[in-house]
Write a protein that binds this ligand. Structure first.
Ligand code: MN
Ligand code: MN
Length: 353
């Protein structure tokens, strides 16, 4: 079909004049209806009180929490007492909140998760003290037990990765769950300096405490020079996909393996931003070159649509090393991708398969 005068006239009539505001596609129009008001305007992405994914803010009275009809709680965990190297992930949740223009539409999954779900940014975990790692973990566990007891799915912005262990204690209280773990590091190493709760070991502890089924666990993006610390992953039966294998295997094959492993078991998705190559996400405490591209990570997560997701997190964003804010931008986008997975599971929007 060539661009004839007739074609031009047709386009002018269909998209010009009185019709210039129209969106003909019904699905696109339904998305637009959640964004554009009757006067034709939209919220300015740079204005207002910043929240995670621009979700509504909801203040929770933690003494007697009432989550109403909330389905998903976006929550910050500003805590970095478990880090082994550069600090600063306590500023991660705030950095993610400042990122604008993430969503609302996921064109791959045909989801508008912040509209399709009852979701709110419920603020940050209330900590009794900023000085004690184990006590902070207790506070995280207690907070998440309140969230999960109300039937609400927690989706968290960290914070260092040590926080995922107390989260799993709440999410997996009925027995071991599956785990999709995207990270440069297996985080299954043992204690050192007198602590077994640092950010390099939460998934060893999670298995040993009966929270995670290692045979339904896949760790993706693994690399760096600490492989000698991670025999627990192999001996417990986890599936480990190294970063250098990703190109050869291809993302679709990795997705397939993950889907086979987790089946319809309740699954937690834990995303360490250091899985992404520091070219895209330098703002993190233990960067490792040779990592995933953002596009690979997005393809991976979108491929998981339909999994029985019961919680997720994006951890280890450390804005002090994030001069361009790219890392926070990637972190917010990944948070959006995980929220989209929850939306697909709960709402069934799923046009691709
Ligand atoms: Mn980690
Ligand atoms: Mn890591």
């Amino acid at each position: 079909m060539s661009f004839t005068p007739e074609k031009l006239k047709y386009l002018q009539e269909r998209f010009g004049g009185a019709n210039e505001q129209l969106i003909y596609d019904e699905h696109f129009q339904s998305v637009a209806n959640t964004v554009i008001d009757s006067s034709g305007t939209r919220d300015a992405p740079y204005a207002g009180i910043p929240t995670l994914l621009d979700a509504p803010a909801e203040r929770i009275a933690w003494g007697a929490p009432d989550f109403g009809d909330l389905q998903v709680a976006l929550i910050g965990v500003p805590m970095d007492l478990g880090i082994t190297n550069r600090n600063g992930t306590r500023f991660g949740p705030r950095a993610l909140r400042t990122i604008e223009r993430i969503g609302p539409y996921n064109h791959v999954l045909k989801a508008v998760p912040t509209r399709d779900l009852k979701v709110a940014d419920i603020g940050d975990v209330p900590f009794r003290s900023r000085f004690h790692l184990e006590q902070c973990h207790q506070d995280i566990e207690e907070t998440y037990k309140k969230i999960t007891a109300a039937g609400v799915i927690p989706l968290s912005a960290g914070g260092d990765h040590s926080m995922t262990l107390p989260i799993l204690k709440a999410v997996a209280k009925d027995g071991p769950i599956a785990l999709i773990h995207i990270d440069a590091h297996c985080d299954t190493s043992g204690p050192f300096d007198g602590s077994r709760f640092h950010h390099g070991g939460p998934f060893r502890q999670a298995v040993l405490e009966g929270l995670v089924d290692p045979t339904k666990t896949i760790q993706i993006g693994i690399r760096g020079s600490a492989e000698y610390l991670w025999e627990f992953s192999y001996e417990s039966g986890m599936t480990v996909v190294h970063a250098e294998e990703v190109t050869g295997l291809g993302v679709p094959a990795i997705v397939q393996r993950a889907l086979e492993l987790v089946g319809d078991t309740p699954v937690y998705v834990s995303f360490d931003i250091d899985s992404i190559d520091p070219a895209f996400a330098p703002g993190t405490g233990t960067p490792e070159v040779g990592g995933l591209t953002v596009r690979e990570a997005q393809e991976l997560l979108r491929g998981l649509a339909g999994i029985n997701i019961v919680g997720g997190d994006v951890v280890e964003v450390s804005p002090a090393y994030d001069a361009t804010t790219n890392t926070a931008h990637v972190g917010a986008q990944i948070l959006f991708e995980i929220l989209s997975l929850i939306s697909v599971r709960l709402n069934g929007h799923f046009a691709n398969k």
